[in-house]
Design a binder for this molecule. Structure first.
Ligand SMILES: Cc1cc2nc3c(=O)[nH]c(=O)nc-3n(C[C@H](O)[C@H](O)[C@H](O)COP(=O)(O)OP(=O)(O)OC[C@H]3O[C@@H](n4cnc5c(N)ncnc54)[C@H](O)[C@@H]3O)c2cc1C
Ligand SMILES: *[C@@H]1O[C@H](CO)[C@@H](O)[C@H](O)[C@H]1NC(C)=O
Ligand SMILES: *[C@@H]1O[C@H](CO)[C@@H](O)[C@H](O)[C@H]1NC(C)=O
Ligand SMILES: *[C@@H]1O[C@H](CO)[C@@H](O)[C@H](O)[C@H]1NC(C)=O
Ligand SMILES: *[C@@H]1O[C@H](CO)[C@@H](O)[C@H](O)[C@H]1NC(C)=O
Ligand SMILES: *[C@@H]1O[C@H](CO)[C@@H](O)[C@H](O)[C@H]1NC(C)=O
Ligand SMILES: *[C@@H]1O[C@H](CO)[C@@H](O)[C@H](O)[C@H]1NC(C)=O
Ligand SMILES: *[C@@H]1O[C@H](CO)[C@@H](O)[C@H](O)[C@H]1NC(C)=O
Length: 664
């Protein structure tokens, strides 16, 4: 049997390309109920080569004819054909895990791998190189993994590693970060599809759904709540979907005509920015160098150094290609599958499908100024001067945002200028990582900053602003935003969006400043932003599911609590609870606002309201419509309240991904 399958399947040429290039129809697998007829608006976007390789009913018929065993070929059928496989009764069962009776045998994985064109990986934890009792042990590789552990590259280039290992279970940490001295798989997925084509993603989606497997999607692994991990899961890894294409004159179905860029799901912010610069345009991405552009970032809304003039990343999307939970490949835009288009622009990653590419608006080249500076307690005559300097920033947030600028700042009390050493520490520091002034000269930026700097000067605070200016956004961005440290299981964060009204009201603004000081006094730190989700140069689209609170927000404040990398679960639990509870200070100042889901708190109270606002009911209904069996799951994602992770670490359920996924 095994021999028969192994020798005959390649001849199938399953991955026979379905050449759909350059058509204006939706070019998707035939027969899907989701597709619509060609539109006369004729979007010019073409499919990337990997998107033309699709799984269709015809291909599946060939598979079935070759395998000559329905039990096996049924594992790959689409959701709309799966009456013979997973019945509705099975939708409310725990996901099948390795070791379970129903976990597929090796032969089945082998057939799957053959159909995938040998893109299946059986991963081991990245730091397994560092454990002498593991077969992967390799001292040289260990040195490079532990040396690079705080950089995002080692994690994003690994099939399963994530940048917040707390959510994996800290089961295989490298030396220097090590917790237990043992290395186990934890919630790093069991198998990974290293995706290079749509057909592979469709096969993985069908296989996981038909076998009731836990499915995760990993792009870069940046998510603050470790949403790209899952114990016993099959993972779809989108990182290598790196295609880009520039359209000088794209015609979108929503009426937009102008430059656009199409980016594969694996394209990262720096790659998108480089590509835009090379084509003489500007695109909206995060401040972070290595976050994925088209994955969790855009799906969750996505804020940018350019948001105060151009809005959220989700606002920029003109069209997207998606493999849906039933395995069908569709195009979503303002006129095609518009409810999917709505949901995937704001409703978060890992909900109803796997996005394979997005086409986003591009803007003309934009002259930009950035300013970087810091002052610590040592640069101030006394602590009062320090805090007066911080208060003056809060007092100027409204005028800064009104001018279309963005600022990313850190505030804490630590000799290392990172975090806060302990409650009561007076090693205060304030760092303006970067103040970004799009469309402004250095002189204009100085004039805007003058009211704040006058206060710093009057307080005798020493600081040295470092200005960068170029005729484009990319160069000053590159100078001003170094890579940020990731990978240490040492922080727990929460977010609050603070609306403009707070900065216009003397009392609420003063309380906002006082909250900053109180957080530091209590041992927390702040990483905050001044920005808004409604760009001053544009009118935001009304057909996105971006959290409405973003439109009024003038600041996004992340508050964090810290612990050491060898902290016990009990310490992590108590610190986490403290952060969540302390955050009431900001919640009470802005009770009707919300929190940014992609940088939010797993334990956020009234979480659905805070992360999704008034959109939640519709998001949840669409989740039921397009993913009725709950194939997609991630902590905090739409529909996640119907499931729990039966965490094996000494933590409450669903505090990380290290456990079996079961219906509540
Ligand atoms: C250092 C750092 C800097 C950051 N800077 C910013 C910033 O400037 N602005 C901002 O808005 N956010 C920022 N973030 C937050 C960032 O937006 C989120 O972490 C986001 O989830 C990252 O998306 P990803 O696809 O890169 O990561 P992943 O962790 O791989 O994925 C995140 C989630 O999206 C899902 N997903 C990924 N790809 C797809 C896909 N193709 N289809 C469907 N689901 C998918 C995953 O399953 C997971 O649930 C930052 C985070 C970090 C760690
Ligand atoms: C699967 O469903 C599609 C329509 O949704 C239909 O065209 C196709 O024939 C079905 N295939 C099988 C094997 O039933
Ligand atoms: C089909 O494959 C399954 C799984 O390997 C096996 O149990 C079953 O006996 C096979 N059926 C036939 C008719 O060969
Ligand atoms: C991990 O930590 C334990 C306990 O602190 C220690 O005994 C062990 O040597 C460490 N292992 C590695 C590989 O660093
Ligand atoms: C995944 O695929 C890419 C190419 O698409 C390849 O460069 C990379 O080495 C693969 N990674 C693994 C771990 O197989
Ligand atoms: C940039 O500034 C110029 C001159 O003030 C103005 O005409 C233009 O609209 C601005 N562009 C944006 C995107 O705000
Ligand atoms: C700042 O320094 C000047 C001159 O040294 C001094 O007169 C003034 O009182 C100082 N102000 C503060 C707030 O420390
Ligand atoms: C703080 O600013 C000084 C210059 O004023 C600079 O030398 C130093 O590197 C900065 N520190 C940080 C952590 O940015």
């Amino acid at each position: 049997m095994k021999h028969f399958i192994a020798s005959s399947l390649p001849a199938l040429a399953l991955l026979r390309a379905v050449h759909a290039q350059d058509t204006t129809t939706t070019t998707v697998a035939s027969g899907t109920s989701l597709t619509v007829a060609a539109t006369t608006v004729a979007p010019v976007a073409t499919l990337f080569p990997g998107e033309t390789v699709q799984l269709t009913d015809e291909v599946l018929a060939d598979v079935s004819a070759s395998i000559q065993n329905e039990t096996i070929s049924n594992l790959f059928v689409f959701g709309d054909n799966s009456s013979t496989t997973v019945s509705k009764r099975d939708w409310r069962r725990c996901k099948t895990m390795p070791g379970d009776l129903l976990w597929p045998i090796g032969l089945i994985w082998e057939i799957f791998d053959i159909l995938l064109g040998r893109r299946l990986i059986k991963p081991t934890p990245l730091a397994a190189y560092c454990y002498p009792d593991r077969p992967e042990y390799d001292a040289t590789k260990c040195t490079s993994v532990s040396g690079g552990w705080l950089t995002s590259e080692v994690h994003e280039d690994d099939p399963t590693s994530i940048m917040c290992p707390l959510y994996e279970g800290r089961t295989c940490m490298p030396p220097g970060f090590n917790y237990t001295g043992t290395c186990t798989q934890g919630s790093y997925p069991t198998y990974v599809v290293n995706a290079s084509s749509v057909a592979q993603i469709q096969l993985a989606v069908n296989f996981a759904r038909n076998l009731n497997l836990r499915l995760v999607v990993k792009n870069t692994g940046h998510d603050f709540n470790g949403k790209a991990a899952g114990k016993g899961a099959l993972s779809i890894w989108t990182h290598w979907l790196k295609d880009t294409k520039f359209y000088p004159n794209y015609r979108a179905t929503n009426g937009y005509v102008g430059p656009a860029i199409k980016a594969g799901a694996g394209v990262q912010v720096f790659e998108a920015y480089e590509f835009a610069k090379a084509n003489g345009v500007t695109v909206i991405g995060g401040e972070a160098v290595t976050v994925g552009l088209a994955g969790g970032y855009t799906a969750g809304g996505g804020h940018s150094p350019l948001s105060s003039i151009y809005g959220m990343a989700a606002d920029q999307v003109l069209s997207m290609e998606v493999v849906m939970a039933d395995g069908r490949f569709i195009t979503a835009s303002a006129t095609q599958n518009s409810d999917v288009f709505w949901m995937l622009r704001g409703g978060g990653g890992s909900t109803i499908g796997v996005v394979t590419s997005v086409t986003i608006k591009a803007y003309p080249k934009l002259p930009t100024t950035t300013v970087t500076f810091n002052f610590t307690i040592n640069d101030c005559p006394n602590a009062d001067a320090f805090w007066t300097g911080v208060e003056a920033y809060v007092d100027n947030v409204e005028s800064f945002v009104d001018a279309g600028t963005y600022g990313y700042y850190y505030l804490g009390a630590s000799a290392f200028l990172i975090g806060t050493d302990y409650a009561g520490s007076t090693d205060y520091y304030f760092r303006m990582q970067s103040f970004v002034a799009p469309n402004m000269t250095i002189e204009e930026t100085q004039a805007l900053l003058a009211p704040w700097f006058e206060v710093l000067d009057s307080q005798n605070i020493t600081y040295t602003p470092w200005y960068n200016h170029a005729d484009n956004f990319y160069d000053p961005w590159k100078a001003a935003f170094p890579q940020e440290a990731v990978g240490a299981a040492m922080v727990k964060t929460a977010s609050r969006l603070m609306p403009r009204s707070v900065f216009q009201d003397d009392d609420l603004r003063q309380r906002t400043y006082a909250a900053h000081k109180d957080a530091i006094d209590k041992g927390l730190f702040i990483a905050g932003f001044h920005l808004t989700g409604t760009g001053k140069a544009v009118v935001p689209p009304t057909d996105t599911s971006v959290l409405p609170a973003w439109r009024d927000a003038y600041a996004h404040i992340i508050v964090g609590g810290q612990f050491t990398s060898d902290a016990t679960w009990a310490t992590i639990e108590s610190t986490s609870l403290f952060v969540t509870q302390w955050m009431d200070v900001f919640r009470e100042i802005a009770p009707d606002s919300g929190a940014y889901m992609s940088e939010g708190d797993l334990l956020e109270p009234n979480q659905k309201q805070a992360f999704y606002g008034a959109n939640y009911a519709r998001l949840y209904a669409l989740k039921q419509k397009y993913d009725p069996s709950g194939l997609f799951f991630a902590l905090t994602a739409v529909g996640s309240e119907d499931w729990e992770v039966q965490v094996t670490d000494d933590l409450p359920y669903s505090w990380n991904n290290n456990g079996r996924l079961c219906p509540v």
